[in-house]
Design a binder for this molecule. Sequence first.
Ligand code: C2O
Ligand code: CU
Ligand code: CU
Length: 513
Amino acid sequence: MPYGCSVPLREHGASRPPAALSAGERLVALSSIERLVVERTDPVLGRCRYVAVSETGHVGQPILFARRGEIFDATIENSLPQPTTVHFHGLAMPERQDGAGFDPIAPGGRKQVRFRVNNRSALYWFHAHPHALTAGQIYAGLHGLLVVTDEDDDAVDAALDLAPGNRLALALADARVSGGIILPYAPTADDCLRGWFGNRMLVNGTPDARRVVRPGWVRMQILNTCNAHGLCLAFRDEDALLPFHLLGTDGGLLSAPRELDRVFFHSAERVDVCINLAGRRTVTAVSLPFDPRHQVKGPAPRHMRATGEGYVSLAPAAVCEAGTGSDARYALPDGAELPIFTLSVRDMPARPSPSVPSRLSALPDSAADRAVASRRIRLDFDPQSGFVIDDTPYRVDEIAFSVNRGMREVWEIKNSPISSPHPMHVHGFGFRVLRRQGTYGDARGLRTESGSRLPTDLGVKDTVVVWPNETVTLAVDFSLPEQADFHGRQRYMLHCHNLEHEDAMMMRNFAVL
Ligand code: C2O
Ligand code: CU
Ligand code: CU
């Protein structure tokens, strides 16, 4: 069965959030939203936010939740001085609702958006996606979480016997922070090549994040929403790395949990993990040092920096023009060790912890054997055009290829040896990772699964990291829901989710007929 189709429609009222989900966060039911306002809150530093308006009031930077099958039906209002869109990353959407940048909302404009959540339970997210302005807007704060639940998800919480507050939804974004201030987005030519890296990690918008939890299992659904930073997540008590379980990835639960001491996930990828904190007091989540193998050298070609020109910037700072290098005071290199957040265990007598269930969900098979077409996709660096997919920089009006709906394809994405890691994302469709070949460096040590895959490759994915020199083979299922708004040709995108690469046109459109 495809990952996104045939779910019962839920018409009646908004669902409730998962009982264990930390209530300190700004939880809003997706289906209760009447207006979603996109606004700039600080014209000096260029900070922006989403405001969800419903019958019960206004919530800034909400964390949304929905039951599978629920409907979002709201007006998006753009109060920014720039065009914007709202893209719900990971959801199966008709083109008109996908927010993919084909029809940006002009400053002062609005758009009615209506869609049904067809996908499995998982952590999804929504973010700005106006072509060439995406990196600056997401860095400015225009990203949010959407927790989708269903019966499989309920069963996990119940089996782990999660205490109230012991389920967390976390968005991790690195930022350049100086004296408590988040510096505005102003990448140099070098930043545009490798990505905009920060010196501090923001968790749901704030640095030095700490969460107080109770003893027993803690379940965390975590999004990497860094512009360009890959994370090798581990949990530490003093010097010891604690074991944890990977429960799910971008598109929901695995069939069975996987015990790990670290998990790598790149920009836009998500992990769903649980860790037993019985007998612990303070646990730190860190990104362990690793070598990301940015093999590409030299400053970005000029065109990579020109696309955002002509728009008012969010903050009065130059974009992608000021010199080379990266400001070492505020930017740690990709792969440097970085503290992420702290879990403090409230002193309480622990109940005995149940064991992690051995089955989590019925993961649809990858159906690679029924695939009709094999498609090769090449990722390259060219000193004239920058990072390109099949030698072609993005053009809004181009369709790279077309696929018939309901078809399955096997894709081989091959990255050049003299390139950077590219977290490649497909709009609209979940896929499965079949194998990795040609992996070098630290990334080799992360391949603990069959087919030289990473643990995150075991689940349904919408974004997958392709290291320099690597070939990653995927099975993509192009089934679309039967709903009327999916009738007719639908355009989607394939792009790198390193946001500097994306804005520099490492993106192609494809059509589903
Ligand atoms: Cu997360 Cu094209 O998007
Ligand atoms: Cu997307
Ligand atoms: Cu890239």
